[in-house]
Design a protein around this ligand. Structure first.
Ligand code: BG6
Length: 533
């Protein structure tokens, strides 16, 4: 058993801009309540919830406790967080109104006295992106971003810009106010348990690391499949699309962690240095290879869970003639020694049949000396699947002889599930991320150059789509995306590997490990023709 001694973070005030917004209610309050109940907040700590509406301290305290309950916190957790709830204060102001900032500064100084928080601040910008720049400027102008002997950090949500140019401008404003080391750019995928585990799996196992290269790996598939649509976020989403909403950040982060070289150290900069090298090695997307590299889809009307589902163009606050993509599939190459010749397939989409995020590594075929004559489809590929959600774990598929048979070979599976049936509830990404900001650890946040290279890459694609007027390929809601995504892989003789939940049902000769509604759901989703790999 290992015992980790974690000291409590330094005293501070956390100022949440956008206190009445969705992110604060759904993620920040529940995470703070959980951290409080576990004794992981600083001993001297208070929250200042900043919003435009009129509210009292009592009201926001109730909101925070209701938000935590809605996110699943039980009465014991909420009771354990009573100390925190009593330390939440409301402050009303318009985020871009200059005259409010001296008032805010004054209020924070008073609360410093009350709570002994010593002038340390976390400013969390849980607001619409157009306020990121103005808030940073005004905090800076009013001397609220630097004070000797104390620290001030800023946490920014995505989207970090709309393209490279706007991201650069935003970054200049943030770093002018705070300096790079005190800017914490959130990519909530980095807070997910299995992403943190990915480095351990890769670098702490003799079994995997020596094989982690193009000599042994045939292809890598990275998928984030969502069943949800745009859920009332049509206004934002229609101007963004899956490329900017998911690929620029989460998908490229998964890619860099999968492909990077071992860092020289485990500190934030050493890890981020390696991630940046992967982004710099991505083969550019050009007019000549665009079509063979990128597929752009949008969901039309369809059926999900047996019920009719509206198409994207029928969603609220979406242009009825919209050409915004809700699905992207990519075939990428990382031009370095390790990955030469290995395609990395990425796909993400909304209104797909199953919710899952996975990294699938398919190893190369054996030369077939002993089991002469057998094709890979008989033998089954060696697969390593890193399951990020909904279940967290690792799954390894290899070939074995079926007991009692005449030499029949079947793929068998070893499955490690981190959060199944053990009662272990992995911490939510935001709990981990907030705790890290309090400790000043930026490992799980994106550094500016990562964001910059990611935008540069994504801008090439967006620019080419615009130039060529690339239309979206429609797919019915509840299906596996547009046919173009299958063609993308078929050019190299590959095909999408089904999410883990569905693999269990794929081969009748393999013992089905799972059972229940999920299995039925996958079975019902896959007509026979799509089932074989
Ligand atoms: C967000 C995107 O960053 O990630 C959403 O803006 C998406 O469109 C979400 O639904 C997915 O996150 P998760 O944690 O639910 O997989």
């Amino acid at each position: 058993m290992s015992i980790a001694v974690v000291s409590r973070p330094e005293p501070c005030l956390m100022v949440i801009f956008g206190a009445t917004g969705d992110l604060t209610q759904r993620k920040l309050y529940p995470a703070l309540v959980k951290l409080a109940a576990e004794g992981r907040l600083p001993e001297h700590f208070a929250v200042v919830a900043v919003g435009r509406r009129e509210k009292t301290d009592i009201q926001v305290r109730k909101e925070a406790s209701r938000a935590a309950a809605a996110a699943g916190a039980g009465p014991a957790t909420i009771a354990g967080a009573e100390g925190l709830l009593q330390h939440i204060h409301y402050f009303q102001m318009d985020f871009d109104e200059e005259a409010s900032y001296p008032r805010l500064r004054q209020r924070l100084a008073e609360l410093d006295e009350v709570y002994n928080t010593r002038g340390n601040r976390i400013y969390f910008l849980a607001v619409a992106p157009q306020y990121f720049g103005p808030i940073a400027d005004l905090l800076y102008q009013h001397g609220m971003t630097y004070q000797q002997g104390t620290w001030q950090r800023v946490v920014v949500e995505k989207p970090f810009g709309q393209d490279l140019a706007s991201a650069r401008q935003l970054n200049e404003r943030l770093t002018r106010a705070f300096g790079e080391r005190r800017v914490f750019r959130i990519d909530h995928y980095l807070g997910k348990e299995m992403l943190q585990n990915l480095m351990v799996i890769r670098f702490a196992n003799t079994l995997f690391e020596p094989l982690w290269n193009g000599r042994f790996i045939e292809e890598v598939q990275i998928s984030i499949n969502e069943t949800v649509g745009v859920e009332g976020r049509g206004g934002y989403y229609d101007g963004s699309g899956a490329l900017r909403d998911m690929v620029q950040n989460h998908m490229l982060q998964l890619l860099t962690l999968t492909a990077m070289e071992p860092p020289v150290d485990l500190d934030a900069d050493s890890i981020r240095d390696e991630k940046v090298k992967v982004l710099r090695s991505l083969r550019p997307i050009t007019p000549a290879n665009l079509e063979a590299s990128v597929v752009r889809g949008q969901y039309g009307p369809g059926t999900l869970d047996g019920k009719p589902a509206a198409g994207y163009r029928q969603e609220e606050r979406v242009d009825p003639g919209s050409n915004t993509e809700t699905y992207v599939a990519l075939k990428l190459h990382i031009d370095n020694f390790r990955w030469s010749g290995v395609p990395f397939y990425l796909r993400t989409g909304k209104r797909l049949p199953v919710r899952s995020a996975e990294i699938v590594v398919r190893f190369r075929e054996q030369p077939g000396v002993l089991y002469f004559g057998r094709t890979s489809s008989e033998l089954g590929p060696n697969l390593l699947v890193v399951r990020i959600q909904p279940e967290e774990g690792v799954f390894l598929q290899f070939n074995a002889r079926q007991p009692g048979s005449q030499g029949t070979i079947v793929p068998v599976r070893m499955d490690y599930c981190q959060n199944c049936g053990t009662g272990l509830n992995s911490p939510e990404a935001y709990e981990r991320l907030l705790a890290d900001v309090m400790r000043g650890d930026s490992t799980l946040f994106t550094r500016w150059d990562e964001v910059e290279y990611a935008w540069e890459f994504v801008d090439q694609i967006a620019g080419l789509w615009e130039q060529a007027g690339t239309p979206v390929e429609l797919y019915p809601a509840g299906s596996w995306g547009p046919p173009g995504a299958d063609r993308l892989l078929a050019q190299s003789g590959h095909r999408w590997i089904l999410p883990f939940q569905c693999l269990l049902t794929e081969r009748p000769d393999v013992q089905v490990i799972g059972s229940g509604p999920m299995v039925e759901r996958c079975q019902s989703r896959f007509p026979e023709a799509q089932v074989e790999r």
